[in-house]
Design a protein around this ligand. Sequence first.
Ligand SMILES: Nc1nc2c(c(=O)[nH]1)N[C@H]1C(S)=C(S)[C@@H](COP(=O)(O)O)O[C@H]1N2
Ligand SMILES: [Mo]
Length: 311
Amino acid sequence: MLIRRPPDIKPSEITDRDMYYSRRQFIAGAAVAGGALLWPGRNATAGAKLPNVTPHKLSTNEEQTPWEYITTYNNFYEFGSEKSDPADYSGKFKPRPWSVAVKGECAKPGVVNLEDLVSPHTLEERVYRLRCVEAWSMVIPWVGFPLADLLQRFEPTSNAKYVAFTTVMRPEEMPGQKRRVLEWPYCEGLRIDEAMHPLAIMAVGLYGEELPNQNGAPLRLVVPWKYGFKSIKSIVKIEFTRHQPPTTWNISAPDEYGFYSNVNPEVDHPRWTQAKERRIGDFLKRETLMFNGYADQVASLYSGMDLRKYY
Ligand SMILES: Nc1nc2c(c(=O)[nH]1)N[C@H]1C(S)=C(S)[C@@H](COP(=O)(O)O)O[C@H]1N2
Ligand SMILES: [Mo]
């Protein structure tokens, strides 16, 4: 998301910068090979192994992006707007203890703590593509559980047409929140049928370990057929609503970021193409797939909708 980019910088320079980062990190990674503990993305609190993780059948077989890229090339504006900021400045963030308030159009609202949110579910490893609107992508082995299983526990009523998610507000631990780059706290939303889709998960880990702070500890959404910004991190509130909820990037730049934000190579961002992407670590770009390659599973959610209008 490069909203503050001066208008004279061409989109091609953005992807060149992304390349620069991935090269720089590759070189840095090679330099510390054999000394992984020195890697700055491995902060002291990350690294706890998650028990009983079962592989999930919807995973992609594509080559997985290395841990070093997934944990040092991030978008998490609460810690700053440079890709390296979340790894560099999230060390003070305390993801435990943690609780989530669930409310709105449901029969059993409540505040639940992290352990009680996670323990009823079997943890699954799901290797999903993450496609950022900035035209880069990764393949990430998330550990999580279906969002639907979590939502059902609160018994949403027939009035629940949408689900709204909110990130924690902690300016003392999240230095980016002291600057008004975005409206805080970060918020996102899904239509209820999108939220209940079996591909949508709550992630609590990656590569079999607890989520590092920079990836959205202790729990974050992962919606693999949508641009990365829908996958909101460090969630503290979930609300079932009758009406379409506001979302951070849509508030910030409504012409650039819509509510649906399905990955769509045919609908360009107003300032750059969405037809291609660079898989982080690759040299050449590749074609972007409709719904990020998940069309067989999700296209029916949008039948009859004009995806140029509902971008
Ligand atoms: N709270 C919050 N969630 C967020 C963001 C953010 O800035 N704040 N960035 C989003 C964007 S643009 C992307 S691409 C993904 C990146 O997730 P990753 O850093 O784990 O790869 O997180 C999304 N979730
Ligand atoms: Mo993104």
